[in-house]
Design a protein around this ligand. Structure first.
Ligand code: CU
Length: 167
């Protein structure tokens, strides 16, 4: 009898818990709906993107990424190679800007993560990522357009590159 009362109490507690969860969920759902309706004017939801190097090739495993203007982007870069160092550098400007960054990065050397002193044409970058290691960076997606991302480890650009499309 004592056990049954305990079980009854447990059922009641669980029942109230479910009720509260249901109410909370409903409220959250309504808020989310409102946010989506105002999506045209509000900032887009943050996004996490995973990209890696393509095994032992001097290439990224994704040649194209797409994000939205003003979106907070968390980029997780995994170096899948067992031998090569790599980095991920997002370039403002086209091929000539990318070539300049790669050349200046080569001169700057490993201690500067193969990045130039003048970073005015770099939107975001990781440091040099060792074989089998990972790096995570967060940046705000720039104005709509097409951007190159490259690896500036010597000899990897122009082979190692991809395109970020900002919508
Ligand atoms: Cu590389």
């Amino acid at each position: 009898m004592k056990l049954n009362m305990r079980m009854l109490a447990l059922v009641l507690v669980l029942g109230i818990g479910l009720l509260l969860t249901a109410c909370g969920g409903g409220g959250g759902g309504a808020q989310t709906g409102g946010g989506q309706t105002g999506g045209a004017t509000g900032a887009p939801e943050p996004v996490t993107i995973q990209i890696g190097s393509d095994g032992e090739n001097l290439a990224f495993d994704k040649k194209e990424l797409t994000v939205k203007t003003g979106q907070q982007v968390t980029l997780e870069f995994k170096n899948n190679s067992v031998a090569q160092q790599h980095n991920w550098v997002l370039v403002k400007g086209g091929e000539s800007a990318a070539t300049q960054i790669a050349n200046d990065g080569l001169v700057a050397g490993l201690e500067k993560d193969y990045l130039p002193e003048d970073q005015s044409n770099i939107i975001a970058h990781t440091g040099v990522v060792e074989p089998q290691a990972s790096a995570s960076i967060t940046f705000t997606a720039p104005a709509a357009g097409t951007y190159l991302y490259i690896c500036t480890v010597p000899g990897h650009y122009p082979l190692m590159q991809g395109t970020l499309i900002v919508q």
